[in-house]
Write a protein that binds this ligand. Structure first.
Ligand code: FAD
Length: 414
């Protein structure tokens, strides 16, 4: 595949952009692969990418029932940070954040990583204690974050009202190298790199069954026929329960809709990401100028991938005391995705009761930020049977009570 470069842009400009190749090939499925990944979201594609790049397994298919990146990967609000509390989380999220720093170069695809800084606001005394504790934990884990006072918060985000009557801003947990990236570009960049390695990205192909023999996976049944494989990775976020049922085991996962909305585009007014977990709201400004706004999950389990009026009202009401300017903004559009939530708000990257079948799910409301690290670790797990980064995230932790409690870092946040 031809590399993207300034020279390529100049060359194509000179010939009326007639020479660009398709970014990834549209191939029919082969009879058999060394590994199949179900789900062409960010996590599935990154897993396939690292199977090829770091583990040398390139006879791989990524099977997607819709279009690639059309699940949560293309629906999220793109916040990237690694300021989690527990050591295993800090390790995998920081691995991911650091891989984002060079992802555009590694994929030869501009993912528009923008390390503009992320603040998690403390608006109760309980949160002050919680975030100061996280800042201490992060310094032990080698994750660069700091506790900052209200004056510094105001300096970083002048449009904020820090003296709200209900929830004044008491400070915040600041991660200067957190930020955002372009979600579609992450999926497209990985898909292009996978295709370039000879892997097959097969879209509009739903997996409807998982075939097995003597406790080992042998392949999948799809709407495009049966495909055999030696190893299988299930990476389908909100549909994980269905796929696990096909494979014959159950997961401690709930699926629930998470919504977001954007305003009309306005002039640049905010160049960091702000999360306000007490009131359940967070906001950043996109490169187009839209204010990107998100809140908490729906209060009941569902598979609805669309927005609802009550969510706009609840989320904007939550944020308006801290950001009075949004009371005068028109909202442009809203949407939803089906997120996969575990009891301890930590992901599952694990072997399963079915031999050679692996699962990566449970990222819930906050898995976009983890995509590069999760793909790296999941590929190692699938190739070698173990990975230092996934060790604590096995399914057995729910049976053994070894929870990785991230409800403060991930409970309502992203
Ligand atoms: C509104 C919203 C805001 C969010 N904000 C953030 C944020 O700011 N920061 C952050 O870090 N995270 C955020 N998240 C969470 C993040 O989007 C997800 O954790 C992450 O994208 C999950 O990626 P994935 O690859 O596991 O899943 P997905 O991107 O959902 O991919 C799974 C794929 O599997 C496919 N699939 C399902 N069943 C089958 C089948 N039977 N056969 C074939 N294919 C199948 C689906 O079609 C889908 O494309 C947000 C999520 C939402 C919904």
């Amino acid at each position: 595949m031809k590399r993207y470069s300034a020279f390529a842009i100049a060359r194509e400009a000179a010939r009326y952009h007639q020479g660009w190749e398709r970014a990834w090939a549209a191939r029919a499925p082969k009879k058999k692969y060394d590994a199949i990944i179900i789900g062409a979201g960010g996590h599935g594609l990154a897993t396939a990418f690292h199977l090829g790049k770091t583990q040398g397994i390139k006879n791989v298919a990524i099977i997607e029932k819709g279009w690639l990146g059309g699940g949560n990967t293309g629906r999220n609000t793109t916040i990237i940070r690694s300021n989690y509390l527990q050591d295993p989380s800090a390790a995998i999220y920081e691995k991911a954040r650091s891989l984002y720093e060079t992802l555009s170069q590694d994929l030869n695809y501009n993912v528009m990583f923008s390390p503009r800084g992320v603040i998690m606001l403390a608006q109760t005394h309980h949160e002050v204690r919680g975030y100061q504790r996280t800042a201490h934990a992060n310094s032990m884990q080698g994750v660069t974050t700091e506790w900052i006072g209200p004056g510094r918060v105001k300096e970083l985000c002048p449009i904020m009202n820090i003296e709200g009557p209900r929830y004044p801003v008491l400070g915040g947990l600041w991660q200067a190298r957190g930020g955002t990236a372009r979600h579609d570009a992450v999926a497209w960049g990985y898909a292009r790199a996978c295709s370039d390695m000879g892997m097959d990205v097969i879209q509009q192909c739903e997996v409807t069954g998982i075939r097995q023999e003597s406790g080992q996976v042998t392949g999948v049944t799809t709407t495009k026929g049966d495909i055999d494989c030696d190893k299988l990775g299930i990476v389908v976020a909100g549909h994980s329960g269905h796929l696990a049922e096909m494979a014959g085991f159950r997961l401690p996962i709930e699926s629930v809709a998470l919504q977001a909305l954007v305003s009309e585009p306005i002039k640049p007014c905010m160049d960091i990401v702000v999360m306000a977990n007490t009131v359940h709201g967070y906001m950043s400004q996109s490169d187009k100028g839209e204010m990107v706004i998100g809140g908490g999950t729906d209060g009941y389990n569902n598979y609805t991938q669309r927005g609802s009026f009550h969510h706009i009202e609840e989320t904007v009401r939550a944020l308006v005391e801290t950001f009075p300017m949004i009371s005068r903004l028109k909202m442009l559009r809203q949407w939803g995705g089906i997120v996969d939530v575990t009891g301890d708000r930590s992901p599952i990257l694990s072997k399963t009761p079915l031999g050679n079948c692996f699962i990566n799910c449970g990222w819930g409301t906050g898995g976009f930020k983890a995509i590069p690290g999760s793909g790296f670790a999941m590929a190692e797990l699938m190739a070698k049977g173990h990975s230092p980064l996934t060790e604590e995230f096995g399914l057995n932790r729910f049976r053994e009570g070894r929870f990785i409690d991230e409800s403060v870092a991930a409970g309502v946040a992203h």
